[in-house]
Design a protein around this ligand. Structure first.
Ligand code: SDX
Length: 432
């Protein structure tokens, strides 16, 4: 990656009677940064920012979010334009390479991904070690981490050819592995990928086809799922992407880094929120029960799953497209009157007009409607975060690749503010 930060002058810090000039740097858009790399050397002090609410961990050219305006750009292209006009594999190319592909480049990329979709046959045996009732995310963390044991010919992170092969393998195999995790959980045989199908259609078939009969992909549902993958593909330096970057900063292989990202995404405050948001609708049970539920949120007894975001202090642009996709899928399947959708829409309406949520700038995020769509597509709740991980794999690998190719990157090693006991001598147990 070619570094492109620009100097924007300096900031002065006065500390213990000392004045320190710190460089201010700017990017192509978004907030400037105060470069504190020499702060400790010059002042002996650290900065303190638990949760990194005001900290830029890296320079990146992949995804830009304007949280106040509700803007999300992949390599400069607005998410709603990509969701409407592009397809997931083209977005994968864009995130990986930085530009939209020509027809020839797209054909070559499509061929490369399509011809990496199968997994090593020994991997099927690997699944057999899991309990059938294991959460599919637990299986994903284990199996994706184990890919380094099967594809050690693409783990040399210093070799650009191996980095690209590992990137292609992960993008191509993650749907196959996700479908295998689902099939394993329901005791059905694994279904091999079909190279004649597009990415989303292939995934639907690997999940829902059975050897006993022909499976016909519904193009409306496949298109909707492809769009859902686009919405989840990348999102700047979120928790799981930061996990992938910090794992990669030690030189760990890409399979191990993506497995770490999956583990972090699983949390209910992050990618696990789509599963939590659907369970929340079931718990609320009816539109009449919404006011009492909102009261419990305002009393801080519970969070409103699928609401709020560290960056978006406006409507998550992905939630808008997700809601449209939800309407499309439910109409196609004849579930327009889905009771859970009614509860979700009423919950959103009440929350968006309640001072508690308005004052805290809490809006629906990408997870608020996704559970309703994924359930309508036939996925069990336990697979919702798996689908998020499937789609986010390209973002994680693009960010990992960018970090690996950044000449300024160093191993991630934050410091701390220590408030534990100062030095003291050991006391033998007889003296305690
Ligand atoms: C994703 O970072 C990304 O980009 C993530 C993601 C991606 O694509 O990678 O966008 C995907 O993870 C979306 C978020 C999914 N999580 C949820 O829906 C879980 C519910 N949301 C919250 O847990 C929360 O909003 C977070 C974790 C998403 C953000 O938390 P922050 O930024 O740390 O904000 P905060 O917890 O400091 O909240 C600010 C205030 C607090 O109130 P006060 O203490 O200031 O009075 O808002 C309140 C919070 O209590 N609040 C909520 C709330 N979210 C925040 N109150 C009720 N319900 C909520 N959902």
């Amino acid at each position: 990656m070619e570094n492109k930060v620009q100097s924007k002058g300096t900031a002065t810090l006065e500390l213990d009677g000392k004045r320190v000039e710190l460089p201010v740097l700017g990017g192509s858009t978004g907030p400037n940064v105060v470069d504190i790399r020499k702060l400790y050397a010059e002042t002996g002090a650290f900065t303190y920012d638990p949760g990194f609410t005001s900290t830029a961990s890296c320079e990146s050219q992949i995804t830009y979010i304007d949280g106040d305006a509700g803007v999300l750009l992949y390599r400069g292209y607005p998410i709603d334009q990509l969701a409407e006009k592009s397809n997931f594999l083209e977005v994968c190319y864009l995130l990986l390479h930085g530009e939209l592909p020509s027809a020839a480049e797209m054909a070559e990329f499509n061929y490369a991904i399509t011809h990496h979709t199968m997994v090593h046959e020994q991997l099927s045996a690997f699944f057999r070690g899991f309990r059938r009732d294991a959460h599919p995310m637990a299986v994903m963390v284990g199996v994706v981490g184990a890919l380094a044991a099967f594809y050690h010919d693409s783990t040399d992170i210093d070799d650009p050819v191996q980095r690209m092969i590992a990137s292609h393998r992960l993008i191509a195999k993650i749907p196959t592995i996700a479908a295998m995790a689902y099939k394993y959980s329901i005791g059905q045989p694994f279904v091999y990928p079909q190279n004649s199908l597009d990415y989303a259609s292939n995934f639907l078939r690997m999940c829902f086809a059975v050897p006993a009969e022909e499976y016909k992909v519904n193009p409306v549902l496949a298109r909707a799922l492809d769009r859902i993958f686009i919405l989840h593909a990348d999102h700047e330096q979120n928790a799981s992407t930061s996990t992938v970057r910090i794992a990669g900063s030690s030189g760990a292989n890409p399979f191990a880094c993506i497995s770490a990202g999956i583990a972090c995404l699983w949390g209910p405050l992050h990618g696990g929120a789509n599963e939590a948001a659907l369970k929340q609708l079931h718990r609320i049970g009816s539109v009449d029960a919404i006011p009492d539920y909102i009261k419990r949120v305002k009393n801080r007894e519970i969070l409103l799953d699928g609401f709020g975001h560290r960056v978006y202090k406006n409507y998550d642009p992905r939630a808008k497209v997700m809601k449209q996709t939800c309407d499309e899928v439910l109409a196609e399947l004849g579930h327009k009157d889905d009771p859970l959708l009614k509860i979700a829409m009423e919950l959103e309406k009440i929350a968006l007009n309640d001072e508690f949520f308005v004052q805290k700038k809490l809006y629906p995020n990408v997870d608020f409607y996704s559970g309703i769509v994924l359930r309508a597509l036939g996925f069990p709740t336990s697979m919702f975060t798996v689908l998020f991980a499937l789609a986010r794999t390209v973002g994680w690998i693009a960010q990992w690749k960018e970090m690996t190719e950044d000449p300024t990157q160093k191993i991630g090693r934050p410091r701390q503010i220590y408030t534990g006991p100062t030095q003291r001598d050991f006391v033998p147990i007889s003296g305690r």
